[in-house]
Design a protein around this ligand. Structure first.
Ligand SMILES: Cc1cc2nc3c(=O)[nH]c(=O)nc-3n(C[C@H](O)[C@H](O)[C@H](O)COP(=O)(O)OP(=O)(O)OC[C@H]3O[C@@H](n4cnc5c(N)ncnc54)[C@H](O)[C@@H]3O)c2cc1C
Length: 403
């Protein structure tokens, strides 16, 4: 008898797992269940090319339903898993049906945090996660002149940059610097300058008191000092929270994400978890970490496929990397830096910036702007394990970055 796997969530992680299971020899049933409907798609273009209008809905699709059918993957679009019955090994769906499993995988992703703010339910106030959200935002932007983005993280800045092609944009950030937890201060300043070149105004150290109502639609953003910024559209982009509720209700360990071991297994040996919703141990950090990136979702899915088919190693240790396109810049990061790691600016010319984050004479992460070759080389170097600063300097000399 072949074992069956049921995957909750058909996003980047769940979909990659389903297809990789087939290519690595899984012969049992595979059932994918997802609350969203339609063909499977990717999220990164939603804040970039799709929002600025250079990619349409078809350009988002990664796998059609016909392709899933061809690969013998069952897909239930528009169905939400309401509960996991662990003793019976069954998923209960909100339409009253159920899916039995030998192995269940939770790949439920994350969702935008909302702001508890007067006016946040007004018309033309948006959050962005799904293609439905993105289509609504694109429509609103089509008739907007003044856009305010609340939150200066990666996503907020990408949205700002897409909107700046056709509207006036202000980004309001509560912290003293943009991207304080995810990027070195010199790189964050560099990015801010490139957004300013596009005409975007960035206000840091600035709180918001309320959103201003005009006949049920937003018309402005009142800041803590009483200033009112005009706004036909407001985007709230203040981070994401993992979708952990069904795991917690099933009694699985949950601490800032569903806790898994290095095989990506939860506290129930029949249930695994991958992607944005997971808190996992990584050899480069002390304790567990939760990441929100395509690389993390895809690498964990591929790793788990090999674990389940017995065709690979058990200890997940892929080096994290991330990209973001904004203000016409190609930002790439590899590794995991703590906010207080040093930032050594190695090159800053021809529009390229290369910054190494270091701690105790070792490189913890490398941030690059418009230097994809150096990023690829840094990925290969960091994949070897701990990188002494000396090795990194050798790489820079070879790559011609250091002049
Ligand atoms: C606009 C945007 C731009 C991004 N840009 C980048 C980028 O440039 N680079 C990068 O690396 N990352 C980017 N990301 C992040 C990246 O898309 C995510 O890290 C990735 O999608 C995570 O994959 P996942 O499978 O864990 O979650 P998701 O892709 O979110 O998939 C989770 C799925 O689970 C489903 N689900 C949740 N709960 C249930 C339930 N109870 N029952 C059934 N189904 C359920 C959801 O409907 C969803 O489809 C971006 C994200 C967004 C929103």
């Amino acid at each position: 008898m072949h074992r069956s796997v049921a995957i909750i969530g058909a996003g980047q992680a769940g979909a990659t797992l389903a297809t990789t299971l087939r290519t690595t020899g899984w012969e049992g049933a595979i059932e994918l269940v997802d609350s969203e409907g339609g063909d499977l798609y990717q999220r990164p273009p939603l804040s970039k090319d799709y929002l600025s209008g250079s990619v349409d809905e078809d350009g988002l699709i990664t796998r059609t339903r016909a392709l899933l059918e061809r690969d013998g993957i069952g897909y239930r679009p528009g169905a939400t898993v309401a509960a996991i019955d662990r003793p019976a090994r069954r998923l209960h769906l909100d339409d009253g049906s159920h899916v039995s499993y030998d192995i269940a995988v939770i790949a439920t992703g994350s969702r935008p945090r909302s702001l508890v703010l007067d006016g946040s339910d007004l018309l033309d106030v948006h959050l962005l996660r799904t293609r439905v959200d993105a289509a609504a935002l694109r429509r609103s932007l089509g008739k907007a002149r003044d856009v305010v983005v609340l939150g200066g993280g990666f996503l907020g800045l990408e949205i700002a940059s897409s909107a700046a092609k056709s509207t006036r944009v202000v980004v309001v950030e509560r912290a003293a610097e943009l991207l304080q937890r995810s990027l070195s201060a010199p790189m964050a300043r560099e990015l801010a300058a490139r957004h300013a070149d596009e005409g975007t105004r960035i206000l840091v150290d600035t709180g918001v008191r309320r959103l201003v109502d005009r006949d049920g639609a937003v018309s402005g953003v009142e800041l803590d000092d009483g200033t009112i910024l005009p706004a036909d559209v407001v985007i709230v982009s203040v981070g994401a929270q993992p979708n952990i509720e069904i795991a917690a209700e099933a009694g699985l360990d949950v601490v800032n994400g569903i806790v898994v071991d290095s095989s990506l297994r939860t506290s129930d040996p029949s249930i695994y978890a991958i992607g944005d919703c997971v808190s996992f141990p990584h050899p480069h950090v002390f304790g567990h970490i939760r990441l929100e990136s395509v690389q993390n979702a895809v690498d964990q899915a591929r790793h788990l496929a090999h674990v389940l088919t017995g065709t690979g190693e058990t200890g997940y240790a892929a080096v994290p990397w991330f990209w973001s396109h904004q203000a016409n810049q190609n930002l790439q990061i590899v590794g995991i830096a703590a906010p207080d790691d040093d930032a050594v600016v190695e090159a800053h010319h021809d529009g390229r910036v290369v910054i190494a984050r270091t701690r105790d004479e070792r490189v913890t992460a490398v941030e690059t702007l418009n230097a994809p070759r150096v990023h690829r080389q840094a990925r290969a170097l960091l994949a070897q394990g701990q990188v002494p600063v000396l090795d990194w300097e050798g790489l820079l000399s070879q790559s011609g970055v250091r002049r």
